[in-house]
Design a protein around this ligand. Structure first.
Ligand SMILES: *Cc1c(COP(=O)(O)O)cnc(C)c1O
Length: 374
């Protein structure tokens, strides 16, 4: 069984992908070509924002967003400690200080109740992560941010296509950032990402920063990076967008089906915990992640027993960012973010993609039962 099956998807859209790639090879504009502009229009429409700026990756987009906001040394950016390294890494790379705020145990997302206490006069942005495909609580986060006049950047690298109270991920705050790494809900065949905003000025800055801070050919009013998107990736994403909404629905349905099967298999037993989707949210389940017992090497043993049954698993993520050696200089210690630390010790992600069959899901669920109960 595949953890993520990209081959079934390719077979479904093969004709369209191949035709679009062929067309790029023939027109020869390999970087920021016409397909990139076409993609930006399509994605802005899909998300419901005025602007989309397509870029080289979901890491570069976080950097571009913070550069556009003028964040730098001496500034603080608030984020979740329970995320992929990029989120904290780009804050530090730009010279600012990552300030972590612990997560809610039921959603794995930044806890709005703890946010206000972390804000200081140096806070220049709040960067919540919409982890595992479910949006953070943006109404609550935006309200606090607005009171303090602080911009909000959504790290929606795992949640493209997700919905929050009728709106789409990446269109919920001042700037939305996403990744099209192959294994993300919308994936290219290489690195790619995109930024979203309704703000004309921020859109202009982000466009310039994407191309070395250039406003016209070889004229540079500001510093930027090489954050350009390959046209081939845009072409592939355009083909994938033809079926994306269908895949979003499939992801949501399959995630709910896993939960239903686990509830049946573990009726009345609280050995594992399944993801909770908040009313008003549609999760794209970038990961279907459960909590397993931690005691006596519980998770290591669980993963080994799953592997023995032919089921791949993964841990997203084994360390909270404040426990990463690279962030030791921030001065955090064990116990500072108890929920994040608790989850880092217990979470396991199971195979998840839009082409899972019911038989495969039942096989995964019974394998989990065997792995835990023998
Ligand atoms: C994948 C991911 C990123 C980085 O995206 P890339 O396109 O791989 O650079 C950033 N944040 C989160 C939460 C991610 O999952």
């Amino acid at each position: 069984m595949d953890f993520i099956d990209l081959k079934s998807q390719y077979r479904r859209i093969q004709a369209s992908v191949n035709a679009r790639i062929q067309s790029v090879l023939e027109h020869g504009q390999y970087v920021l070509g016409p397909e990139c502009t076409e993609l930006e229009t399509l994605l802005a429409n899909y998300v419901g924002t005025k602007h989309c700026v397509a870029a080289s990756s979901g890491t570069d987009t976080l950097l571009i967003a913070m550069m556009a906001l003028g964040i730098g040394p001496g500034d603080e950016v608030i984020t979740s400690p329970f995320t992929f390294i990029s989120t904290g890494e780009m804050i530090a790379l730009i010279g600012a200080k990552p300030v972590f705020v612990d997560i809610e145990p039921h959603t794995f997302n930044l806890d709005p109740a703890l946010l206000a206490a972390a804000i200081t006069p140096r806070t220049k942005a709040i960067m919540p992560v919409s982890l595992y495909g479910q949006c953070a609580d943006f109404d609550a986060i935006n309200a606090i941010a607005k009171k303090h006049g602080i911009p909000v950047i959504e790290d929606g690298a795992q949640s493209f296509g997700a919905r929050y109270k009728g709106k789409r991920s990446c269109g919920l705050s001042d700037i939305g950032s996403t990744s099209f790494f192959p294994s993300k809900p919308l994936g290219a065949y290489g690195d790619a990402g995109a930024l979203f905003t309704n703000d004309d000025h921020l859109a202009k800055l982000m466009r310039e920063i994407r191309v070395h801070g250039q406003d016209r050919r070889y004229h540079h009013p500001r510093l930027g990076i090489n954050g350009r998107l390959d046209t081939l990736q845009a072409a592939i994403l355009l083909a994938k967008m033809e079926i994306f909404e269908d895949e979003v629905q499939a992801r949501s349905r399959l995630g709910a089906r896993y939960t239903e099967l686990f509830n049946e298999a573990f009726a009345g037993q609280s050995i594992i915990k399944m993801p909770a989707i908040i009313d008003g949210n549609l999760s794209v389940y970038a990961q279907y992640t459960i909590e397993v017992p931690h005691e006596h090497e519980g998770r290591t043993q669980f993963e080994r027993r799953m592997k023995e049954q032919g089921i791949p698993t993964a841990v997203h993520y084994p360390l909270s960012l404040h426990q990463q050696p690279v962030f030791a200089n921030l001065g955090y210690k064990a116990g500072d973010f108890p929920v994040s630390e608790y989850m880092a010790a217990r979470v396991v992600s199971l195979p998840m993609h839009p082409y899972l069959t019911d038989t495969q899901q039942q096989h995964v669920v019974s394998a989990v039962r065997v792995a835990l109960l023998g």
